[in-house]
Ligand binder design. Structure first.
Ligand code: SF4
Ligand code: SF4
Length: 341
């Protein structure tokens, strides 16, 4: 498979990477087999995160024997030096390795996240110390909010950016990706399939292939899904007029029901975790019912605090009917919870 230079990290990564979310729902050995299957078919770039439950451990098990042939990226949501150092140590253990190729600060989506990470005693100190010891080779970040992400890019302190990118979520093309490229950062596309919400893989990857400097890391949980994507890389197909029309139609259909997780609606004066509650349909597709309930229980509880003040809907750039959506998700969540008995 073709390899692409991941910006100034100098790492050469396969043009198609592997996202570590969906393997959470697989049994350990099945997950490791899935990871290994992708490696055997040519993928050598694997992305996971400390918060993806046992994903790191499964990837570690699968790749232990071929560590020198793969690039492993992980992430931590911790913002303090002490806690981030704990996460790094745990990632090394779970991944069964003595170095992480790319360590990313997970979801720097609010300016306060960036400030805390960079402040004395912040997580950047832990990352720099780990880098000094050779436990981390490169440092990047992920985010969902383009304005905050642009500020993070402009610090010049990060070597890669991971941001949602698919044919429905294209906002990074305006200013964010050009700024990142100017700083010679590596660009990783999270949610190339819209977090499981876009069903036409052919359209998704034909679109992404128009942007070869952006490395997609689709999450796959079965071989057929992976083979379908892989075929689009083995025999790339041009975007046709029909494809463009189909993409436009899907964009329009999803326009008023697709949360981009940008966080512009926040903060909610009642403390409703809007962005996380909006993730319910995508999480349900990516996790088992039990995992979904465990993951979102405390989030969905905040939806009950909504007083329908409408502040969030005024701020949402996509004019989403947020109140109706989060109430519907809460209802779906409770049905799912009840089905578990
Ligand atoms: S509801 Fe709107 S503003 Fe809030 S995260 Fe989703 S898309 Fe962004
Ligand atoms: S409408 Fe509900 S969720 Fe939105 S800001 Fe008001 S209280 Fe928060």
């Amino acid at each position: 498979m073709k390899k692409i230079r991941l910006g100034k990290t100098g790492l050469m990564v396969t043009e198609l990477g592997f996202g570590g979310i969906p393997i959470m729902q697989l049994e350990t050995n099945d997950a490791a087999e899935m990871v290994r299957y992708c490696f055997d078919r040519g993928v050598t770039f694997f992305d996971t995160a400390n918060m993806y439950m046992d994903s790191e451990g499964k990837i570690g098990q699968a790749l232990e024997g071929v560590r020198d042939q793969v690039i492993i990226a992980t992430k931590s949501t911790e913002r303090s030096k002490e806690r981030a150092a704990g996460h790094i140590a745990n990632s090394l253990k779970q991944l069964r390795t003595d170095y992480i190729d790319l360590f990313q600060f997970h979801n720097l989506s609010e300016e306060s996240d960036l400030e805390t990470v960079l402040a004395p005693g912040g997580a950047m100190e832990a990352a720099m110390e780990a880098k000094g010891k050779g436990h981390i080779r490169h440092i990047g970040f992920s985010a969902h909010n383009k304005d905050t992400a642009l500020k993070v890019v402009q610090t010049g302190l990060f070597e890669t950016i991971q941001f949602p990118f698919n044919f429905v979520e294209t906002q990074a093309l305006e200013a964010l990706y050009p700024a990142a490229l100017e700083k010679d950062m590596g660009i990783i596309a999270m949610k190339p399939l819209g977090g499981g919400m876009l069903e036409r893989a052919d359209l998704c990857f034909k679109f992404l292939q128009q942007h070869p400097q952006v490395i997609p890391i689709p999450g796959v949980s079965n071989k057929e899904e992976f083979d379908q994507i892989m075929a689009l890389y083995e025999t790339p197909q041009p975007l046709t007029d029909q494809d463009r029309q189909d993409m436009e139609r899907i964009r329009e259909q999803l326009g008023d029901s697709f949360c981009r997780r940008c966080g512009y609606c926040l903060p909610c004066p009642q403390g409703v975790m809007i962005r996380e509650a909006q993730m319910f349909p995508a999480i349900m597709k990516r996790m088992t019912p039990g995992q979904t309930v465990a993951f979102l229980k405390s989030v969905i509880a905040t939806v009950d605090e909504c007083i329908e003040c409408g502040e969030c809907e005024e701020k949402c750039p996509y004019n989403l009917p947020i109140v109706e959506m989060i109430r519907r998700h809460a209802e779906g969540f409770r049905e799912l919870e009840a089905s578990l008995g």
